[in-house]
Design a protein around this ligand. Structure first.
Ligand code: PLP
Length: 426
């Protein structure tokens, strides 16, 4: 068949863009060739509604095997009792949990969106805010750390049925034990959405929320470094530190609820090619070098955060425990919005995104912050020395967001630098 130039030229163009630039979007990463091969395989042709061994279509014996491998590897990585690998995305994994444990109109408690929470944790334009009643906790203005006292106060007063931990722009470790205690006080379900730090958790570099939460969701494509998608997990539970053990039967009941919330609740046929790619990426997580990669992700982020602070930038919470750095531009450049900063950086082939900062004085379309992350650049082999160079380049652009000549010279440096950090084998 004739090559579809309209599309394949665009794919080539995107490949060039990825190769020549510095990728600092905290939620992005570069998957391996094998992960991409699995995604681009004949498994895309197969309908497999249902679950391994219990499908609504014939001919699923083969994809049953890859879905089972994905489940087994995922359980091994996080020490989970049960896993569902079918959610098409993180938001759909969260939607399935809402569907399994709440009724429309029920109250739940999540992190304020402008303090780092995700759309699916209660935004008024998302299913979570449209169909359920969101309550929120935030971070403390002086420290940038989660305000657990506020969380407890809202929880005791409002008695939500679900409490959600996890965020899209929060750089610090979570006190899952305290959250579980709060949930237990009011008999709420405690769910953690570990989409952002999942890779660091998988490598044992951050606390594993499965030890505390009733339900854990995640995306597979951020720090974890798999294909785009979602997952849901249940921990060994519920023998938590307070001895309130849930019988095995409860896990069975909850997993059955979650399975049917994913399919047929919010999805139809699973993407078996993506599930196979998830399995490949989970196999990579289980290799010893993965831990080294994640250690470097974390090291790079803390070196980068410190280098920005040394230059007088305000980093929310004054540093990072994970892969993510949230810069509050107002201290160093009071007139520079996140929107203008993002645009200037993109012109220099440095990709980052504008982001609200806690207690932001600007709208979500302008913002006073930018969010940076190290998972993607670390996959390309970057170490601390490159972080220092990147901080210099970002600083030059942010100090001169309207100066085309300076931006052009940074872009040339970015493109020359990235030649030494190979990305694709072809
Ligand atoms: N949960 C968190 C914490 C996220 O940051 C994101 C995406 O950024 C999601 C869920 C949604 O994932 P997806 O884009 O795959 O729906």
């Amino acid at each position: 068949m004739k090559r579809d130039n309209a599309i394949f030229d665009i794919i080539d163009e995107e490949r060039q863009r990825q190769m020549k630039g510095i990728e600092l979007i905290a939620s992005e990463n570069f998957v391996s060739e094998q992960v991409m091969q699995a995604m681009g395989s004949c498994l895309t042709n197969k309908y497999a509604e249902g679950y391994p061994g219990k499908r609504y279509y014939g001919g699923c014996e083969v994809v049953d095997k890859s879905e089972n491998i994905a489940i087994d590897r995922l359980k091994e990585i996080f020490g989970a009792e049960w896993a569902n690998v079918q959610p098409h995305s993180g938001a759909q994994a969260n939607m399935a949990v809402f569907m399994a444990v709440l009724n429309p109109g029920d109250k739940f408690l999540g992190l304020n969106l402008s303090h780092g929470g995700h759309l699916s944790h209660g935004s008024p334009v998302n299913f979570s805010g449209l169909m359920f009643k969101p309550l929120e906790y935030g971070v403390k203005e002086d420290t940038g750390y989660i305000d657990y006292d506020m969380m407890e106060e809202v929880a005791l007063r409002e008695r939500p049925k679900l409490i959600i931990g996890g965020a899209s722009a929060y750089s610090r470790e979570w006190d899952y034990a305290r959250m579980r205690k709060i949930a237990d006080e009011i008999g709420a379900i405690f769910m953690v959405d570990m989409a952002h730090p999942a890779g660091l958790i998988a490598a044992g570099l951050l606390e594993n929320p499965l030890k505390y939460a009733h339900i854990v969701t995640s995306t597979t494509h951020k720090t974890l470094r798999g294909p785009r998608g979602g997952i849901i997990l249940l921990g060994k539970d519920f023998d938590n530190p307070w001895g309130k053990t849930t019988p095995k039967g409860e896990i069975k009941k909850m997993s059955a609820l979650l399975d049917s919330a994913v399919f047929p609740g919010v999805q139809g046929g699973p993407l078996e090619h993506v599930i196979a790619a998830k399995a490949v990426s989970f196999g990579e997580v289980l290799q010893p070098e993965y831990k080294e990669y994640q250690k470097q992700v974390k090291k790079n982020a803390s070196v980068m955060a410190q280098a920005f602070m040394d230059k007088g930038y305000k980093i929310v919470s004054n540093g990072t425990d994970n892969h993510c750095i949230l810069i509050d531009l107002r201290t160093k450049f009071p007139d520079l919005t996140g929107k203008v900063a993002e645009k200037a950086l993109v012109q220099a082939d440095i990709t980052a995104n504008k982001n609200m900062v806690p207690f932001d004085s600007r709208s979500p379309f302008q913002t006073s912050g930018i969010r940076l992350g190290t998972p993607a650049i670390t996959t390309r082999g970057a170490k601390e020395d490159l972080m220092l160079e990147i901080v210099e380049m970002v600083d030059t652009v942010l100090a001169n967001p309207e100066n085309d000549n300076i931006i052009k010279s940074v872009r040339e440096k970015v493109n020359a630098t990235m030649k030494a950090y190979p990305l694709f084998a072809y």
